[in-house]
Write a protein that binds this ligand. Sequence first.
Ligand SMILES: [Cu+2]
Length: 453
Amino acid sequence: MVNRRDFLKISAAAVAGTSLSFRVGRAEAETGTSARRRNPNPGQVVTPNGFSTFGREVDGVRVFHLVAEPVMHTMTDGLDVHMWGFNGHTPGPTLEAFAGETIRIYVTNHLPAPTSIHWHGIEVPNGMDGVNGLTQPIIEPGETFWYEFELPRRGTFMYHPHSDEMTQIGMGMMGAIVVHPRQPEDIDRDFVIILSEFAVRSGRSRPDTTEMVDFNTLTMNSKVFPGTDPLVVQRDDQVRIRLINVSQMSHHPIHLHGHAFHITATEGGPIPEGAQWPETTVLVPTGAVREITFIADNPGDWAFHCHMLHHIMNQMGHPDPPTVGVDASAVNEVVQPLIPEFMHMGEAGMAGALHNGHHDHAAMPMPRNSVAMQTTPGPFGPIEMGGMFTIVKVRDQVIDDEDPGWYEHPDDTVARAATDQQLERDGIEVPEPPEEVDEPEPHRHDPQDQHDH
Ligand SMILES: [Cu+2]
């Protein structure tokens, strides 16, 4: 593990432009420790569950080295997936630089397949655009290519292969590029989150890259909740979150609780102040960037998640009819040995049936290398969430950007059962629960009937 003192050293080295940053950045990725760190240097963006690097300077050019390679990736405890990424990690490092700088990026291909890298959103010279066959020859396995271009403007961009995209992006190859303006900005916490989706069937350990529509594993920086690191911010911080969508098929409406934000920029540039409007949900189309900013003036643990409801469940997708109201547990016992991903839906919705997995072995057995669709222990019981979900933790005092644990609510500020006195005071009459309604008998066509009519 990289401790905080080491991390500060590393960060300083990164900014100073020594070669240390890159090597240690990779170690950080392997131990996954950098994500919870508070922004130690103004102007440095935090990549939750990942890492950021300024590369190093050589004769006035900022130099990066991306190694495309297979990685073993833990999406959350209990779900290990064979993926492809960069420098030992998915997503690859967030590449940081300043507007007007020239950057040079070496790309080494250690994949079993040819590749190319596209710098999505940046106005590069045509031959640097990374489109296999159209603007460059393919990077064969074992080869190292270089790309070099000037960064014309500040912004949030992405990189990904433009070669067998469905397979290579579907295996986890993606990363962020953050170009800072020359002038310092009035931002206290700056985060970058890549939204993506994979087809990781329950019980399997490789994404299904032939899938075209049914993506069941929805990720933030290649993690599913509860594997997603919280965004820890101090009260009254000016916070920016850069949302990048690299999903194969989905647009994600990302919703923040407890705060309103402004959408301040896209990958095309900043939105003029007079054209911004307040929102609490921002739709991030695939292939696009939305930067949002807000003042974190409301302390607490605030959900920050996709509002497409199956995108906040893990490994959705079961090829059986809905069974709300039916006890289908016997079916699982028969079918699961044959089809590991088979699991019937819950009798009273999913949360009841799926409070299982490694948190509750009393419930249904899970296929190996699978996680519950929903549910992780929270301060008041199971949190019925998974997938594209994380928590913005706003605290009066943040120490070393460490996860402060669950929010301690001030007295009498937590919703709880109403008392009889309260109900009487406010004239609330609670109606009797409805009588149980019998399901209507299924209608059967009697051939004889037809003759009668
Ligand atoms: Cu979504």
